[in-house]
Structure formats: structure tokens, C-alpha cells
Ligand binder design. Structure first.
Ligand code: HEC
Length: 175
């Protein structure tokens, strides 16, 4: 009985590995490219470039938001600098960041999404981030991510209106 169980598990693990093979090779190529680009953009030590959240950012977000996180005005992809740090100061904004399509539909786990959001906020929003900012947790991301707002742009508009009431104006053109 036990032997059979082991054999089955062994077999499926091997199959999984075989399937993963090309993917792992591709990922390491992309990561190598990411590191080379990191060096090109003057990002310091490989240790930093190899940060796991940054690797996931390169793989899952940079295609649209660019390697430097500045997005692309021509393609209506917003910058990730400074603005998320303002949005996250109110509860609805904190939820919103975990509900954008790039996150809702990504294959990343909730823990990986939490890591990317925390990394993005620390990396691109240092000056805006409240001193008492509590990092996202996997459980929190899971809760927000389970809700798919019918119009994410309406949610963003609501968040911006609430911020404006508090005297915080957000100008996408300026960033
Ligand atoms: C296919 C392109 C694409 C990918 C991939 C993508 N995004 Fe986005 N992202 C957008 C666009 C377009 C918007 C703006 C409007 C929208 O759809 O909500 C946006 C909005 C955002 C916002 C809100 C910014 C604001 O000020 O409103 C955040 C935060 C964000 N994305 C983070 C991420 C992260 C983190 C990833 C990777 C896990 C990611 N995105 C992947 C295209 C993308």
C-alpha cells in the first residue's frame, strides 16, 4: 500500500518536473535579462536585483508598467511611483491596489501579491507611505482579491474623490 503511494507520488512529481523544465529555463533567462537590465539602469548589487518580489514584478508587471515602474502614458498604463503611496492611506484605496486587473487575473499567490505590493510601495513610494503603514498580508490580499469590482476605474475615481476631500490631490499627468 505504502510503496504504491510513494510510487504514484514519485511519478507525478517527475511529470511535474518535466513539465516545469522549459518553464524554469525560460524564467531563469528572463531573470538573467532582468539582472542585466538592472545593471544597465544602475540598480545596485545583484542581491537587490534578485529580490524575489522584484523578480515577480519583472515577470508579471514590468511588461506593462515598465522596468522602472513609470508605466506608459501612450498605452494608458499608470506609473507606480508616488500615487499608490497616497491611495493606500485610505481603506478603499488599500483594497483598490489589490483589485486592479493586473493583480486580480495574475497567476501569483496571495502571498506573492502581498510581497509585490509591499515591495512596490517601499521602492517607488517611500516618501508618500504613511509612517504607520502596515504591510499587506496574504490573508488581506486574498480578501480584497476575491472581490472583482464591476468597474475598477469607478473605484479609483471614488478613492480620488475621498482623497480630495482630505486635501490630497492626485495628478496622473504630473507623474
Ligand atoms: C496587461 C498590462 C498590465 C499588467 C501585466 C499589469 N498591469 Fe497594473 N495596470 C495596468 C493598467 C492599464 C492600469 C490602469 C487601469 C486599470 O486597469 O485599472 C493598471 C493599474 C495598476 C495599479 C493602480 C495604479 C493607479 O494609480 O491607479 C496598480 C497598483 C497596478 N496596476 C499594479 C500592477 C502590478 C503589481 C502588476 C503585476 C502583478 C500589474 N499591475 C500588472 C496594466 C497592467
Amino acid at each position: 500500500m505504502h510503496g504504491g503511494g510513494r510510487a504514484r507520488r514519485g511519478g507525478s512529481a517527475a511529470t511535474r518536473l518535466n513539465r516545469l523544465g522549459p518553464r524554469v529555463a525560460l524564467v531563469s533567462k528572463v531573470l538573467a535579462a532582468g539582472c542585466a537590465l538592472g545593471a544597465l539602469f544602475g540598480l545596485s548589487p545583484p542581491a537587490r536585483a534578485m529580490d524575489y518580489a522584484r523578480q515577480n514584478y519583472i515577470l508579471h508587471c514590468a511588461g506593462c508598467h515598465q522596468l522602472d515602474g513609470r508605466g506608459s502614458a501612450a498605452n494608458d498604463v499608470p506609473t507606480l511611483h508616488r500615487i499608490p503611496g497616497l491611495l493606500v492611506t485610505i481603506a478603499r484605496g488599500r483594497e483598490f491596489l489589490a483589485q486592479v486587473p493586473g493583480i486580480i487575473y495574475s497567476p501569483l499567490s496571495n502571498a506573492e501579491v502581498a510581497e509585490i505590493l509591499n515591495w512596490m510601495l517601499g521602492e517607488y513610494n517611500k516618501d508618500e507611505l504613511p509612517k504607520d503603514f502596515a504591510p499587506y498580508t496574504a490573508a488581506e490580499v486574498g480578501k480584497y482579491r476575491a472581490i472583482r469590482p464591476p468597474s475598477i476605474m469607478d473605484v479609483r475615481a471614488e478613492v480620488l474623490t475621498e482623497l480630495a476631500k482630505r486635501g490630497i490631490t492626485v495628478d496622473y499627468q504630473a507623474h
